[in-house]
Design a protein around this ligand. Structure first.
Ligand code: HEM
Ligand code: CU
Length: 495
């Protein structure tokens, strides 16, 4: 091959690479924007619960449905985009698959929005069978079916994305076990030969998310048939098991995929690679098994469930925090301590993301105890814990990734040049303080037995919702600036 054609190939490859990144940048822009919009819906709900604005209860439940589905979908969209971007660093992925994923995702969003705001569907993002079919006259079965079809479209998109990732990782690392670093975890493999940390995380989250989506698709299709042919019924307890298996896995996958950004980006700031150690490899395989078996902690109110499944849910809940915190939060502390850590908005948000995620598992584990769950189950303790590891966890990681994609040109050339300006510090603090205050109010309200999912609150609960609204406004302010900053970074990079 001549030098010239070599050069041509490199240039062409770079062109392909940039176009691929273009799709990633667009997906993150959409994700960031939807986060802001969904947070505004969240604020409206909190204002309504605080008695500061008046909205019809039916509208509240539509907003709650849109907020839940929109947030979970966007968290997983941004997580999967992070997974795609970094997997692509290690194995070349087919760009067309990502575009198909994005297209199916957007099609699903259109269906879901139409189902809610045109069709009036308000049965919550969890579509618990047979609720979609029992609207009490608030929506037609067709609206519920459209909502579920939107999920199917999004699910197919995710399957395509994960299958492309799985196919390439399996080929490059010698099978599923190779990509999960099993030779190192359970054999005589050496750390030097193990796949990068991001690859292990990508393989593990791909496996469980595929399983979750397949089970989810089955119960979605059954529910759609039930809506169209009411004579066709499904065992409600089985459907609930399938839905919560899917829901638990899907939202966990969002976070576990987001963490890949931490493994891949933080080394640039510490100057030390995130190593695939034996403990790391074992932990990810264990996390994979736990994620698949812990979902019964959502069914503790279901007396008809076999007792052993609930006990398993509780026990696995205890342990599922440990490997995760050991290989991510603890390692992160070690990496940061031992290095001359550089701070900028990106690294600060990524570290906050790990902290928020780790802290959020604590109230989650508490709620995963059967005796506690009996009391706390339908209180705001529940949104309290999941807003902690989502708002201060996955979402912080997603915005950290976006800040990193558009970091200052000097920092792109030389990571040592990264710095946290005064304005960035203020922005970061606004987000962290607003987010912490917001989730704390949920947890306090939960401890005081304020119920969740109530459109109208008793007068004595209203001050809580009002305080939460102030914190939410701070978060929204910060996040709006994150998105604008990202957008201006994209424009700067284009010119
Ligand atoms: C400023 C940010 C946010 C605000 C103001 C907000 C507000 C709310 C409110 C008021 C509720 C209903 C609570 C209740 O049951 O009484 C809720 C539920 C929920 N939120 Fe958020 N939220 C925010 C951010 C997020 C984020 C970042 C996520 C996920 C990535 C998220 C996911 C959810 C989910 C899944 C529900 C449950 C809906 C249901 O019960 O069906 N939220 N949020
Ligand atoms: Cu769960």
């Amino acid at each position: 091959m001549t030098a010239e054609s070599d050069f041509g190939t490199v240039a062409a490859m770079r062109g392909v690479q940039e176009r691929r990144d273009g799709a990633v940048r667009l997906a993150m822009l959409l994700g960031g924007t939807v986060f802001v919009l969904m947070m505004l819906l969240g604020l409206v709900m909190r204002l309504a619960q605080g008695g500061l604005v008046e909205i019809d209860a039916a509208l509240f439940y539509r907003i709650m449905t849109a907020h839940g589905a929109g947030m979970v979908g966007t968290a997983t969209l941004t997580g999967a985009t992070i997974l795609w971007f970094f997997t692509n660093r290690h194995v070349p992925l087919l760009a067309g698959v990502f575009w198909a994923f994005l297209g199916l995702f957007l099609l699903g969003v259109v269906f879901i929005l139409a189902a809610i705001f045109v069709g009036g569907y308000g049965g919550a993002w969890t579509f618990l069978y047979p609720l979609p079919a029992m609207s009490g006259g608030f929506w037609q079965p067709s609206a519920a079916a459209l909502f579920l079809l939107g999920y199917v479209s999004i699910g197919v998109g995710f399957l395509l994305l994960h299958l492309e990732v799985a196919r390439k990782l399996i080929a490059a690392y010698g099978g599923i076990g190779g990509a999960l670093a099993w030779p190192l975890a359970f054999g005589r493999g050496r750390p030097e030969d193990a796949p990068p940390a991001g690859v292990v995380a990508a393989m593990a989250s791909t496996i469980f998310n595929v399983l979750g989506i397949v089970v989810g698709a089955a119960v979605l299709v059954a529910s759609i048939v039930n809506l169209l042919v009411p004579g066709f019924t499904v065992d409600a307890l089985l459907a609930k098991n399938m839905i919560y298996f899917f829901g638990h896995v899907f939202i966990n996958a969002a976070i576990y995929m987001g963490v890949i950004a931490v493994y891949e980006i933080i080394p640039e700031y510490t100057g030390r690679p995130w190593k695939t150690t034996r403990a790391f490899a074992i932990a990810w395989t264990v996390i994979m098994l736990f994620t698949l078996s812990v979902y019964p902690h959502h069914l503790m109110q279901d007396l008809a469930m076999p007792a052993w499944t609930l006990v398993m849910g509780q026990l696995v809940s205890y342990f599922s925090g440990i490997p995760l915190i050991a290989v991510t939060a603890f390692s992160l502390l070690v990496y940061i301590r031992g290095a001359d850590m550089r701070w900028d908005l990106a690294s600060a948000l990524l570290v906050l993301g790990v902290a928020g995620w780790s802290v959020g598992t604590v109230p989650a584990i508490i709620d995963g105890m059967i005796v506690v769950n009996k009391v706390m189950h339908n209180t705001q303790w529940v949104p309290g814990h999941f807003h902690t590891y989502l708002l201060l966890g996955e979402v912080a990681m997603a915005f950290g990734f976006m800040a990193w994609l558009t970091r200052a040109p000097a920092a792109q050339e030389r990571p040592g040049a990264a710095r946290l300006t005064g304005a960035d510090r203020l922005l970061f603090l606004t987000y962290a303080v607003g987010g912490t205050g917001f989730v704390l109010v949920f947890l306090v309200a939960g401890a005081l037995s304020v119920p969740r999912r109530w459109a109208v609150h008793a007068t004595q609960w209203m001050p809580l919702a009002q305080a939460a609204s102030v914190f939410a406004a701070l978060v929204i302010l910060a996040v709006t600036v994150f998105v604008l900053r990202y957008l201006s970074g994209l424009i700067r990079q284009r010119s």
